[in-house]
Design a protein around this ligand. Structure first.
Ligand code: ADP
Ligand code: NI
Length: 195
């Protein structure tokens, strides 16, 4: 039963996220799941609920233009425990950066940390430029709040300080440092300081 719920959810999100070029593709979901499982290792948490929430956390992202209620409808097909169902929905609600919610369970804290770890470091940089390309936004517009580089100040450089678990904090520190190095070089090359 458990294995089936995971398999069916993998199949569901693989179809739904197919062709995504905004940084919210199946590879993002796989990395978030792996990161979440790493944070959960040896901890007393509901691994099934966390796995399903990791796979489903971007299904209803408003930026991607999908309907509310898709996750609930999918969960209804899985015959999972009602408590797990509502826990998964809460975790997904709390994972969103834009909603600014605090996690209300350990699993939810791990999912938030995992999603935010994938938004920073080398992968975070790549996803940000992929998102900007998909939206037709500029690389770096002076004073343009929609540019890819503006997104680092607006969001990505704040994330390392907002981790809930010690393990995530440790990974975030290195990823954050790499982003800072990247942005320094970017700025130097953009302004011609390095020539
Ligand atoms: P959440 O779903 O937690 O609110 P988002 O979906 O907004 O998070 O962000 C996921 C990733 O998508 C970001 O970390 C970034 O890489 C990319 N992204 C989102 N908004 C922008 C933007 N305005 N410019 C560039 N990249 C963005
Ligand atoms: Ni995500």
């Amino acid at each position: 039963m458990t294995q089936r719920a995971v398999l069916e959810t993998e199949r569901y999100v693989a179809t739904l996220h197919a062709g995504d070029h905004t940084g919210h593709d199946m590879a993002h979901l796989d990395r978030v799941r792996r990161l979440a499982m790493h944070l959960a290792e040896g901890e007393a948490v509901d691994g099934l609920a966390l796995t399903l929430a990791a796979l489903l956390h971007d299904v209803e992202d408003e930026k991607l233009g999908r309907d509310k209620g898709l996750v609930a409808r999918h969960l209804d097909t899985l015959l999972i425990d009602p408590e797990q169902r509502s826990h998964i929905l809460t975790m997904i609600e709390e994972a969103s950066f834009s909603k600014g919610r605090s996690p209300s369970s350990r699993e939810s804290a791990m999912l938030q940390d995992a999603d935010r770890l994938d938004a920073i470091g080398a992968i975070g940089i790549a996803r940000t430029f992929q998102f900007a390309g998909a939206r037709g936004n500029s690389l770096h517009g002076e004073g343009d709040p929609t540019s890819a580089v503006a997104h680092f100040e607006e969001k990505l450089l704040r994330l390392a300080n907002q981790m809930h678990t010690e393990r995530a904090r440790r990974i975030a520190r290195e990823r954050h440092a790499f982003m800072v190095t990247f942005l320094d070089r970017f700025e130097a090359e953009w302004t011609g300081q390095d020539i």
